[in-house]
Design a protein around this ligand. Structure first.
Ligand code: PMP
Length: 404
């Protein structure tokens, strides 16, 4: 059992007032709040050990390098990667996907196929479209049903020896659907395709086991898991990371440089050109340690309670429709109220201190599927409460009255 009041005390921002009302923060899908240990760790890095890494022989540089590499090991163990050098620091999910898509440009030829799903965030669509434009490969889409679940029978039909990579999110940011990625990965491997899993929305809610999933790539962002912005992870299987060319050239990623020829550094440095986000990398380890202390089993159980409670309360509002009703779903609720634009609700409840996301959630194809401009999205974290859900439901009722 989680002691929610104790957990809330770890997050200073949660005791703030916004527009004169206690903050109710339900925009966790966009970014999570940060516990004091993470905030302190950022300050401590700059106060005590700030230095560039992997370069200097001086003491601070050694300390910074050790802390950065220790964090890589923390992430390795967290996601159960076989080797620490399969864990690449990036600036976030978007960077990780672009690094892989860019690398595949060297491996694809015209007529090859890239499979994305209908449930993707734009950052897991656009880099693959760019790749297809460059190579003449063809982008194919795994369709979804009215519940917001990927249609597995259609996926089976799309897979063929032409499929070179399948890219799908573990959890949808717009609808909260948890996709059966382990089964999808196994099927893709049967036709020899690689699989990238976008874990941006999964990592706040569960602990991914990349060896059990057997994914070829797994990407996520630090800022959604209580860490800072501008840091993320690209996990890649060693064989793939060796096969792919580097995404960016520069310092840190080379073995030798002459004007005639450059040879690349070994993993993971081959994919880490330039001075990285050192503080971010170190503090991501702090954030992961914090979440593991809270415990992902506890988080999942509690967030599921919040999801069920909020779903039931919201459905009591007449004219309210929830989009995304998959059996397997995380603590995200996307909804609209008949005849009212989501933006108008979002604006009114913001005045009451409630932060939700409104719009297309960087997933326009999903909105097009439902033929709507956008939704209101409430996404809950383990530090939210049922009382906050009550406050939101009352605020929505008030907004509805004002707008009807
Ligand atoms: N994929 C999904 C499923 C997401 O929810 C997000 C962030 N909303 C991203 C990718 C992009 O993450 P970032 O902006 O941190 O790179």
């Amino acid at each position: 059992m989680l002691d929610i009041q104790k957990i809330r005390a770890d997050f200073p921002i949660l005791s703030q007032k916004v527009n004169g009302k206690p903050l109710v923060y339900f925009d966790n899908g966009a970014t999570s709040q940060k516990p004091q240990v993470v905030i302190d760790a950022i300050a401590r890095y700059y106060q005590e050990i700030n230095a560039n890494i992997h370069r200097g022989v001086h003491t601070l540089s050694q300390l910074a390098t050790d802390a950065y590499e220790a964090s890589r090991h923390t992430i390795q163990h967290h996601i159960n990667a076989k080797n620490a050098y399969e864990v690449i620091f990036t600036s976030g999910t978007t960077h990780g996907i672009n690094a892989v898509a860019n690398g595949f440009a060297a491996l694809l030829k015209a007529g090859d196929e890239v499979l994305v799903s209908a449930l993707e965030h734009h950052s897991n669509i656009v880099p693959w479209q760019m790749l297809c434009e460059r190579t003449g490969a063809v982008l194919k889409v795994i369709p979804m049903n009215d519940k917001g679940e990927l249609i597995q029978a259609e996926y089976d039909k799309l897979l063929s020896p032409k499929t070179k990579i399948v890219t799908v999110n573990h959890i949808s940011n717009a609808l909260g659907t948890i996709n059966p990625v382990k089964e999808m990965i196994a099927k893709a491997h049967q036709v020899g395709a690689a699989v990238l899993i976008d874990g941006a929305q999964a990592t706040p809610h569960l602990k991914p086991d990349v060896q059990d999933l057997d994914c070829d790539f797994y990407v996520f962002s630090g800022h959604k898991i209580c860490g800072p912005t501008g840091i993320g992870i690209l996990y890649g299987k060693e064989t793939w990371l060796r096969k792919l060319p580097p995404y960016q050239g520069g310092g840190e990623m080379i073995a030798t440089v002459t004007f005639e020829k450059t040879t690349y550094a070994d993993l993971p440095h081959k994919f880490e050109a330039g001075t990285p986000n050192i503080a971010g990398g170190i503090v991501l380890g702090t954030a992961v340690d914090y979440l593991n202390e809270v415990g992902f089993d506890n988080i999942a159980k509690y967030e599921h309670e919040l999801l069920e409670y909020a779903t039931q309360k919201l459905l009591e509002i007449e004219g309210l429709q929830i989009f995304g009703t998959a059996e397997a779903k995380t603590s995200v609720i996307s909804f609209n109220i008949n005849g009212i634009h989501p933006y108008d609700i979002g604006t009114i409840i913001d005045k009451l201190g409630i932060a939700v996301r409104t719009g297309h959630h960087c997933a326009q194809p999903i909105m097009d599927y439902f033929n709507i401009p956008g939704t209101i999205r409430a996404s809950f974290a383990f530090y939210n409460t049922k009382e906050e859900i009550d406050v939101m439901v009352e605020a929505i009722k008030k907004a509805k009255m004002m707008l009807s």
